[in-house]
Design a protein around this ligand. Structure first.
Ligand SMILES: NC(=O)c1ccc[n+]([C@@H]2O[C@H](COP(=O)([O-])OP(=O)(O)OC[C@H]3O[C@@H](n4cnc5c(N)ncnc54)[C@H](O)[C@@H]3O)[C@@H](O)[C@H]2O)c1
Ligand SMILES: [Zn+2]
Ligand SMILES: [Zn+2]
Length: 362
């Protein structure tokens, strides 16, 4: 079948809408018509990292849509089902068997090799393979091939536009708090970077009844929204971030989350913790951070990385939708809709910080 996709052709080129051919679903695959796709910073990080020489690429990993066709061996998913797509995992390795599918030992092959696990291409153009199967979806496209392990069937009443980012950005922030940091009502939680991941974390902490919430971000509109959500906001450009946090929390935060991937900010996330506090890092940014083990870590602090909020998607995404239905996790407030053919406008606005979570509507 011929479909339209937003194709990436190198770090410097804008996305271009092109016609590509998508395979028919194999026996374990599901063909999904995409309704909406969130734009995640990881799409842009990956685009920037793939040289022009790899040829055309279709990214996108926050797809949501309607099932069109299912392969003969697929169970639990039927044509007409409304679905949210997330990351792939094998289900068989040690990580998958012990509750850590986000750390699947086959994650690279399944999510970012650019092909199916057997090496074949799901998308082609003029008979040549197009790099695809990104997070088992490549959802910057009208249709995708997914598999049961990265599909969450949802109620037809769910707004697929607002809910699409649950598959990555929103579950990453919410899961970093609810699954990893697990703060209590008397905790003091600080989020560094009030973007889509940071706001999902902030809302999740609020839903858990955390008394003291703080958000650090240089963008005034983002600080204003954080305050609207009940957090105290700190401008890192004009304030002594660590000093302010220590003062506001009576000695230091119990839990911090860095979403910036910036080494000096990760230093602040560790320095602003009180003894035995925990910091989680999720950002794709500077790969190395110098940590003063004596001053920062020997007071019993923990520094932990986290992928996809440690989420087991078939459980966690319904849990987040239930919180949303109760009014406790209003992720729809973070979303701005764009027509799919305005993907480059969405990228520009996200970079400029004028929108938090752009979602392309197909
Ligand atoms: N680990 C995972 O599973 C996972 C999943 C999704 C996204 N990510 C990564 O998480 C990161 C955050 O994603 P996002 O979509 O929220 O990005 P984003 O760009 O929306 O948010 C980052 C925020 O950091 C703020 N910031 C910049 N400098 C700062 C500073 N010095 N102090 C405090 N804040 C500062 C920005 O203003 C922005 O609001 C990205 O690197 C993304 O690739 C990781
Ligand atoms: Zn696995
Ligand atoms: Zn993502």
């Amino acid at each position: 079948m011929q479909i339209t996709a937003a194709v990436s052709r190198g770090p410097e080129s804008p996305f271009t809408l092109e016609t590509v051919r998508i395979d028919a679903p194999r026996e374990d695959e599901v063909l999904v018509r995409i309704v909406a796709t969130g734009l995640c910073h990881t799409d842009l990080f990956t685009k920037a990292a793939l040289p022009e020489a790899v040829g055309p690429v279709v990214l996108g990993h926050e797809g949501a849509g309607v099932v069109v066709d299912v392969g003969s061996r697929v169970t639990g998913v039927s044509p007409g089902d409304h679905v949210i797509l997330s990351y792939r995992h094998c289900g068989d390795c040690r990580q998958c068997r012990t509750g850590g599918p986000a750390y699947c030992e086959n994650a690279h092959r399944l999510n970012s090799s650019g092909r199916r696990a057997d090496g074949s291409a799901t998308l082609t153009q003029h008979g040549e393979p197009v790099r695809s199967a990104f997070f088992g979806q490549s959802s910057f496209a009208e249709h995708v091939l997914a598999t049961a392990d990265n599909i969450v069937v949802v109620d037809r009443s769910v707004d697929l536009v607002a809910a699409a980012p649950l598959g990555c950005g929103f579950q990453t922030g919410a899961g970093a708090v609810l699954n990893v940091l697990r703060p209590e009502s008397d905790s003091a939680v600080v989020v560094f970077g009030a973007g889509s991941v940071g706001f999902a974390a902030l809302l999740a902490a609020r839903s858990a009844g955390v008394a003291t919430l703080l958000a650090v971000d240089p963008v005034p509109a983002r600080r204003a929204l954080a305050e609207e959500f009940g957090a105290r906001a700190i401008d890192p450009g004009t304030h002594d971030v660590v000093g302010d946090i220590r003062a506001a929390t009576g000695g230091g935060a119990t839990h911090t989350l860095d979403t910036t991937g910036n080494a000096s900010v990760i230093g602040q996330a560790l320095s602003s913790l009180r003894a035995r506090g925990s910091a989680v890092v999720v950002g794709l940014g500077e790969p190395e951070v110098a940590v003063n083990v004596q001053d920062l870590m020997l007071s019993g602090k923990t520094l932990r990385g986290c992928v996809e909020g440690d989420s087991t998607v078939q459980q966690f995404i319904p849990q987040l939708l239930a919180l949303h239905a109760e009014g406790k996790f209003p992720f729809d407030r973070l979303v701005t809709e764009y027509r799919f053919d305005d993907i480059n406008g969405a990228v520009a606005d996200q970079k400029a910080g004028t929108v938090i979570k752009p979602v392309l509507v197909w």
